[in-house]
Design a protein. Structure first.
Ligand SMILES: Cc1cc2nc3c(=O)[nH]c(=O)nc-3n(C[C@H](O)[C@H](O)[C@H](O)COP(=O)(O)OP(=O)(O)OC[C@H]3O[C@@H](n4cnc5c(N)ncnc54)[C@H](O)[C@@H]3O)c2cc1C
Ligand SMILES: Cc1cc2nc3c(=O)[nH]c(=O)nc-3n(C[C@H](O)[C@H](O)[C@H](O)COP(=O)(O)O)c2cc1C
Ligand code: SF4
Ligand code: SF4
Ligand code: SF4
Lengths: 444, 442
């Protein structure tokens, strides 16, 4: 049995699966229930200044028959009295001394920060998370993403916190910024012990076509919300990677957040440098029980790969994430269709013909619906293999022999950057481009 | 005990004849429609005789545009609702669905089609309007699928249309012939009302056209005529004893059943003679009416049956037994039949031969002959210059459905010799377009 326990900037937990600061960590009841179900830690719903919430708070993106592929909310930080939260933190800690409880905080003045840090330390919290993320409501009052978007302000506040806190501090970043490294560096400069990301993305999930109001509708009006759930995972992964690779940030542990629902998602975040993961939407959708799939999947993965602790593979994908200019221009793949598996939907044909490089043809006589790849036109873009509904039916076959290696960077250094259009794979050169009028003779 | 108890109330009849393809609920339709791949040049669409844009209407259902989906369907097929329920989909659209190749259940196209059209009909949503009056008049003989489809299409182009129908209900064999577990009378008539209300053609019931004089009159009054007369009653077998009291034709038996449900009396033992879809239907229906012993007797082997395999499978689950390679020689009994005398047959080099001395009698209380429908030859011979082929089917130009008498167009069973509702619907629509082209070119 591999060891799933972690020591995250001094915060110890039996496993890396934490609840993100959100409705599932709103009360001692929920956190206790979560720990019983198998979660290793919980970031308490953000504590701070008094707020008032609106009614009608969530919206979602449903994709085909998948509900909540993306999720949005316009909720604020906790609306329960601080004193109740502190009492409950203390009580949960009594029952679960080895599980991690991290207090998420958001206040305004230095004095408020110092007071609330003392409060949560006295309640027995194992760590603090600074919420510089909320893209609605709180930012209008100068908190949340208003801080996260101003690296200098962020650094100052982290500095206040570090001067006051005796327990580890995690800075949670907002993705609503063009360059995530800037607030990441500010957090590092301010002395933060760790970083977590991402918070929600400023968004509108949809508009009611009868009332002309964005969702969620609050009495005939709506506002932008914070987007999260499976749809945001790619953005979160990229941002985690950005920080995990940065020379001045990579020494800080990262807690990965954004769209995590399965063990695969969790492992992907870890491979890009996260050493704990936080989950909100998946729990709001399926309840705390979802962790049992994550935990078992992680154990099976580690057994299969022979890893003993999660530190054996945290960051393992980072050396393979490089800049475009370091990619091998000599590598070549071409699509291949397995006619035994093909079911003849012809989606690959129309995708390539209309949306890519006219490298797939249908059999002339019309008898069979199994398409054929036109090798010389295939640029190896993968589109066909992505649209094909049959697993492993279209594979991308390597055509170069692997002996040659030449990158854009190499060419820059050798002063051989092209001055004319001479890409072998480009339309008109290495492959034919049909005449514009050919379009008129075809079906569909 | 028989598989089914004899129904004595309408409710029991409905239970025995429960719909094979019940109406989907919106959730089911949502999930089912989500699975469609939106295939390019979709094979399902090519396999539909009316070429409904299936991926389009399924996507419309999924995006909540149910009315749009119904429009897509009706625009291609005026009997879109009935077809969703009665088409042999596993032989048509669903049989061509690409999921078949993956051993994944195919998309339930028929039920989705029924769902979309039923919702639009139930909510009385108007989808179509007659075209502006073009001053032309067309007479249609027969209010079956072919006649109705022709009428609808002509009305959208502004023709005035009168349908002359021998019976008292529209839709032809859809209501008089199709098995009751495929579609209910109410469902059939709902669609007929829905179409007629929107498009406003006239139907004259109890108005058989039977004489040369009547035809002359129609020819004089109308710019063109459409023949949607289908086929006739059950053909005679020319067997001794065929005229006994309890020997009935399958088409007549089914019509009686459709019109009178549990009120008809089906005895305990029934022999059905034939191997086509009508024979198999009549056998299944007898079983569902509570007959204990239903024997389906066919001259050739099981493999050679004309009926769809799925229909025979269905009959077997209803309790029907098959008897193969037997040919009827005589219906025995006095006034009433008490059995059928068969002789065993064998296939020698493709030729069916009786096996000498192998006769035997299967006792029964009802004999249903399902040996094909007679053709409408007698009536059709009254039309001047109307050519029929050697199987007594009306010869038409497949490009415009015009017969050899240029004023007459024709479609449906009378032309194809007996196919499906969907073929009649397609022919009727195409003939309407043929009439328009012909009159425009005159
Ligand atoms: C037992 C049985 C089961 C069937 N099951 C199915 C099924 O499950 N699915 C399916 O798709 N198809 C089924 N069919 C076939 C389908 O019903 C027919 O293919 C279709 O109805 C043919 O349409 P039509 O308009 O050509 O003819 P019909 O439906 O036969 O309609 C012809 C109409 O013309 C009228 N008519 C005839 N002569 C005259 C005249 N001289 N004057 C005035 N009116 C006249 C008739 O009364 C009738 O209403 C079945 C057929 C039978 C017999
Ligand atoms: C309803 C809701 C309320 C949230 N409240 C907070 C909060 O109070 N503090 C905070 O740091 N993040 C908050 N978040 C952001 C989540 O902690 C998390 O960063 C985000 O949802 C991405 O993770 P996910 O894709 O697993 O949901 C909230 C998210 C949701 C959906
Ligand atoms: S990989 Fe791209 S270019 Fe090649 S066949 Fe597939 S879709 Fe076309
Ligand atoms: S997408 Fe896949 S299954 Fe469909 S035609 Fe292409 S290869 Fe065949
Ligand atoms: S063949 Fe099947 S999956 Fe493809 S469009 Fe038709 S119904 Fe949809």
């Amino acid at each position: 049995m591999p060891d799933l326990s972690i020591n995250f900037a001094g915060i110890k937990a039996p496993n890396p699966f934490w609840l993100a600061s959100a409705p599932p960590t709103n009360s001692g009841y929920q956190v206790m229930k979560a720990f019983e179900a198998g979660w290793g830690g919980a970031v308490w719903k953000t504590l701070g200044v008094p707020v008032i919430n609106v009614s009608s708070r969530y919206g979602s993106i449903n994709y085909r028959n998948t509900r909540m592929a993306g999720f949005t909310n316009i909720e604020l930080i906790t609306d329960r009295p601080l004193i109740d939260n502190l009492k409950e933190i203390e009580e949960v800690k009594k029952y679960f001394p080895n599980h991690a409880i991290i207090a998420s905080l958001m206040v305004e003045t230095r004095a408020e920060w110092e007071q609330i840090i003392k409060d949560v330390e006295n309640a027995g919290a194992d760590g603090i998370e600074l919420n510089f993320g909320c893209p609605h409501g709180m930012c209008e009052r100068g908190m949340g993403s208003a801080v996260g978007q101003e690296p200098e302000v962020l650094e100052t506040i982290v500095g206040w916190v570090m001067a006051a806190a005796k327990i580890p501090v995690i800075t949670k970043l907002t993705p609503n910024i063009s360059h995530i490294v800037d607030p990441g560096l500010a957090a590092a400069r301010g002395g933060s012990n760790a970083i977590s990301l991402i918070n929600t993305i400023k968004s509108i999930v949809g508009v009611d076509l009868d009332t002309y109001t964005p969702y969620p509708v609050v009495g005939g009006k709506g506002t932008n919300g914070g987007y999260c759930g499976p749809a945001v995972k790619p953005i979160a992964l990229d941002m985690v990677k950005e920080l995990a690779q940065h020379p001045k940030i990579k020494h800080l542990p990262i807690s990965g957040i954004g769209g995590i629902e399965t063990w695969r998602d969790a492992v992907e975040f870890m491979l890009l440098g996260a050493s704990s993961v936080q989950v909100c939407t998946a729990v709001m959708h399926y309840g705390f029980g979802i962790v049992r799939e994550m935990e078992r999947g992680l154990v099976d993965f580690m057994n299969q790969k022979g890893y003993e602790t999660i530190y054996d593979f945290v960051g393992k994908a980072l050396p393979n994430v490089t800049e475009w200019k370091h990619l091998n221009l000599k590598h070549k793949v071409v699509a291949k269709i397995d006619p035994e598996k093909c079911i003849g939907c012809d989606l690959c044909y129309i995708a390539c013909d209309d949306g890519a490089h006219q490298a797939i043809r249908l059999p002339e006589n019309g008898g069979s619906r199994i398409p054929e790849i036109i090798d010389e036109n295939c640029v190896g873009c993968n589109l066909c293999s992505l649209v094909c509904p049959v697993e492993e039916c279209i594979t991308m076959e390597q055509r170069d022999d692997g002996t040659q290696h030449l990158t854009w960077d190499d060419r820059t250094n050798a002063n051989t950057i092209p001055t004319t259009f001479n890409d072998d794979l480009a339309g008109g050169k290495g492959h034919f481009v049909p005449k514009p009028t050919d379009a008129l003779k075809r079906k569909g | 005990m028989a598989e089914y108890k004899k129904p004595v109330t309408e409710l029991e009849f409905e239970q025995n004849f429960a719909q094979k393809k019940p109406l989907m609920n919106p959730t089911e339709a949502f999930y089912e429609s989500s699975r469609c791949l939106f295939c390019y040049d979709a094979p399902c669409m090519n396999a539909c005789p009316t070429h409904i844009d299936i991926p389009l209407f399924i996507k419309q259902i999924h995006t909540g545009n149910i009315t749009g989906a119904a429009k897509t369907i009706f625009e291609a097929n005026w009997l879109g609702n009935a077809c969703g329920k009665v088409c042999p989909t596993s032989e048509l659209c669903e049989g061509a669905c690409v999921y078949e190749g993956q051993n994944v259940p195919v998309i339930q196209i028929g039920r989705l089609q029924h769902f979309a059209t039923a919702q639009t009909m139930d909510n009385d949503i108007t989808l179509f309007h007659p075209g502006p009056d073009n001053g032309r008049k067309v007479a249609i003989i027969g209010a079956g699928p072919a006649g109705i489809a022709c009428a609808c299409e002509l009305r959208t182009m502004g023709y005035s249309v009168d349908i002359y129908e021998a019976k008292d209900k529209p839709s032809g064999l859809t209501i008089y012939g199709v098995a009751p577990y495929k579609i209910t009378n109410e469902e059939v008539l709902d669609e007929m009302d829905y179409l007629q209300q929107q498009l406003g053609y006239n139907v004259f019931y109890h108005s058989p056209i039977t004489s040369a004089e009547q035809l002359k009159k129609l020819e004089a009054e109308y710019d063109a005529l459409f023949l949607g007369v289908g086929l006739g009653g059950t053909a005679t077998l020319n067997l001794p004893g065929e005229d006994k009291e309890n020997v009935v034709g399958a088409v007549e038996f089914i019509e009686d059943l459709r019109m009178h449900h549990h009120e008809i009396d089906v005895p305990d033992t029934v022999v059905v003679i034939g191997g086509g879809n009508t024979a198999v239907d009549a056998a299944s229906e007898s079983a569902k009416m509570g007959a204990e012993n239903v024997m389906l007797a066919y001259r050739r082997s099981k493999e050679e049956m004309g009926a769809y395999v799925f229909e025979y499978q269905f009959a077997k689950t209803a309790g029907v037994k098959g008897l193969f390679s037997v040919s009827p020689v005589e219906i025995v009994g006095d006034e009433k039949a008490t059995g059928v005398k068969f002789i065993r047959t064998q296939n020698i080099n493709g030729k069916l031969e009786n096996i000498e001395g192998s006769e035997f009698v299967v006792p029964c209380e009802l004999v249903i002959k399902a040996t094909g429908q007679a053709k409408q030859g007698g009536f059709l011979s009254l039309i001047e210059g109307l050519k029929m082929d050697d199987r007594q089917r009306i010869v038409v130009n497949m490009a415009n459905y015009q017969t050899t008498n240029p004023k007459y167009f024709a479609g449906g069973d009378a032309v194809n010799g007996g196919a499906e509702v969907v073929n009649g619907a397609y022919d009727g629509k195409m003939a309407a377009l043929g009439i328009e082209d012909w009159l425009n070119s005159k």
